[in-house]
Design a protein around this ligand. Structure first.
Ligand SMILES: *Cc1c(COP(=O)(O)O)cnc(C)c1O
Length: 422
C-alpha cells in the first residue's frame, strides 16, 4: 500500500521509458485518427481514445486519476469549477421532478445553486439542520428523493459533518450520499471510508493551494448499486437514446456514474477545465500533504491565541478541545481539520469589520484555503444575497469572520492579528 504523501507525488501521470517526467500539457482541442471506422467506435463508446477535449483530455484525465487515487475512488472527472462539480454531481442522477436533501450549512454558492437555480429547473432541494437526530431527518425523505448532500467541514461555519448518521439514512432510503470534501481534502478526511458514495471538490481551494486556478472534481466510490434501485435512477439504468441506446449501469458497472456525467453532461454543458489549469492543479497536489499539515498547525495556534484574547467574542475551530464539533473532528479527522476558522470580535458586526480593516499581512479576499492568510465577513461579502432568515438557517452569525490561515510564519500571523485587535 502506497501512503497518501507518495500518492500526491506519483499518482496520475505515470511516464514510461523516455517520456516527460512532469505531466505534459496536451494543449489540443482535437486528436487525430487514421480511419473513420475507428473514430466511429469512439463516438459509440466502443473504443478507448481521445477525440475532443470537451469530453476528455489526457492532461485533465491524469489529474483526475490522481485525485481519484487520493480519495480511494474508482472513477473521477475534473470540471471547470467547484460549482460545476456540485451541479453535475446532483444533476447526473436528479432531474426535473426530482428531489434531494442538503445540509443547510453549506457554501453560499452551493446554497444558491441548489435553492434557486436548480429550483428553476424543476428540481427541489430541502435544506436540513444537519445537527438534527436521524429520526427527525428521516421525515424529509420523499418517494422522489434521489440524493443526500453535505460538506465535510462547512464553509463558512466550520462545523463537522456526521458521515455515519447521513450515510445510514441515505442508504436506508436507497439513495447515495454526496459529500463536498473541499476543506478537509483527502489528506485529512476520506469520506468513502465513512460511507459516502460520491465526493466533490472545489479544487480552487487547498488542492490548487496558491489561488491560481478555479476548478472542480467529482469522484465516484463505485459502491452505490444503481441497479438495485433501478426505478429511482432511470438515467443510469435505462438506455440513453442520445448515446445509441447505451445503459450506463450495465455497460460500465462501477464506472457508470462518471461515464454518464462525461458522455452526457460534459458533452452537452461543457464545463471543462483547460489543460493548462490542470497542470497547475497537479503542481498544487504534489505539495498538498505538506501544506495541509502546516495550515492545520498554524490555524490551531491562531485559534488558541484568539480564544485567549479578551476582545474576542467567540471562536469556532473543531481542533480546539472544547469546540462543540471536537468529538466529530476527532472521529473523522484525527490529524486535523483544515486551516479555516470562524470567530467574532466583541462589539458585534461593526467591531468585526473595523478589526478587519486594520490588518496588514492578512488580506480581505473572496477566497479561502490558499497559502496566504486571508479573511472575509460572510454577512457583508459572500452571503450578502441571503436574507437574515436564510443567514440564521445557515448558522451564520452576522458578526462571523471567516479566517483562512495561510502557511506564513506563525509569529507574523499572530503579530498581525494582535496589532489589529489593539
Ligand atoms: C469554493 C467552494 C465551492 C465552489 O467552488 P468554485 O471553485 O469557486 O466554483 C464549493 N464548495 C465549497 C465548500 C467551496 O469552498
Amino acid at each position: 500500500m502506497t501512503d497518501i504523501e507518495t500518492k500526491c507525488i506519483h499518482e496520475g501521470w505515470k511516464p514510461s521509458q523516455g517520456e516527460p517526467r512532469q505531466l505534459p500539457i496536451y494543449q489540443s482541442t482535437t486528436f487525430k485518427y487514421d480511419t473513420s471506422d475507428y473514430m466511429g467506435k469512439l463516438f459509440d463508446l466502443e473504443a478507448d481514445g481521445y477525440f475532443y477535449t470537451r469530453l476528455q483530455n489526457p492532461t485533465n484525465d491524469a489529474v483526475a486519476a490522481k485525485i481519484c487515487a487520493l480519495e480511494g475512488g474508482t472513477a473521477a472527472m475534473l470540471t471547470s469549477s467547484g460549482q460545476a462539480a456540485n451541479f453535475y454531481a446532483i444533476f447526473n442522477i436528479c432531474e426535473s421532478g426530482g428531489h434531494f436533501i442538503a445540509s443547510s450549512s453549506i457554501y453560499g454558492g452551493t446554497y444558491n445553486l441548489f435553492g434557486t437555480t436548480m429550483k428553476k429547473m424543476g428540481i427541489e432541494c430541502t435544506f436540513v439542520d444537519q445537527t438534527l437526530p436521524a429520526e427527525e431527518l428521516e421525515k424529509y425523505f420523499k418517494p422522489n428523493t434521489k440524493a443526500v448532500f453535505g460538506e465535510t467541514i462547512t464553509n463558512p461555519t466550520v462545523s463537522i459533518f456526521d458521515f455515519e448518521k447521513f450515510a445510514n439514512l441515505a442508504h436506508k432510503h436507497g439513495v447515495p450520499l454526496i459529500v463536498d470534501n473541499t476543506f478537509a481534502t483527502p489528506i485529512n478526511c476520506r469520506p468513502f471510508e465513512w460511507g459516502a458514495d460520491i465526493v466533490t471538490h472545489s479544487t480552487t481551494k487547498y488542492m490548487d493551494g496558491h489561488a491560481a486556478c478555479v476548478g472542480g472534481c467529482i469522484i465516484d466510490s463505485g459502491n452505490f448499486d444503481w441497479m438495485q434501485y433501478a426505478d429511482k435512477f432511470p438515467g443510469l439504468t435505462t438506455p440513453d437514446e442520445s448515446y445509441h441506446g447505451i445503459t450506463y449501469a450495465e455497460k460500465f458497472g462501477k464506472g457508470a456514474y462518471i461515464t454518464k456525467a462525461t458522455a452526457q453532461l460534459m458533452r452537452d454543458l461543457g464545463s471543462i477545465p483547460s489543460p493548462q489549469n490542470s497542470f497547475y492543479l497537479n503542481m498544487g497536489l504534489e505539495t498538498l500533504h505538506l501544506r495541509m499539515k502546516k495550515h492545520c498547525e498554524n490555524a490551531l495556534a491562531v485559534a488558541k491565541y484568539l480564544k485567549s484574547h479578551d476582545k474576542i467574542a467567540w471562536v469556532h475551530y473543531a481542533d480546539l478541545e472544547d469546540d462543540e464539533y471536537h468529538n466529530l473532528a476527532e472521529k473523522y479527522m484525527p490529524h486535523g481539520t483544515c486551516g479555516v476558522l470562524a470567530f467574532a470580535v466583541k462589539g458585534g458586526r461593526k467591531a468585526s469589520i473595523a478589526f478587519m480593516d486594520k490588518l496588514k499581512l492578512a488580506s480581505i479576499a473572496t477566497h479561502v484555503a490558499d497559502s496566504k492568510t486571508c479573511l472575509l465577513h460572510p454577512a457583508s461579502h459572500t452571503h450578502r444575497q441571503l436574507t437574515d432568515k436564510q443567514l440564521a438557517e445557515s448558522g451564520i452569525e452576522p458578526d462571523l469572520i471567516r479566517l483562512s490561515v495561510g502557511i506564513e510564519n506563525i509569529s507574523n500571523i499572530i503579530e498581525d492579528l494582535k496589532q489589529a485587535l489593539e
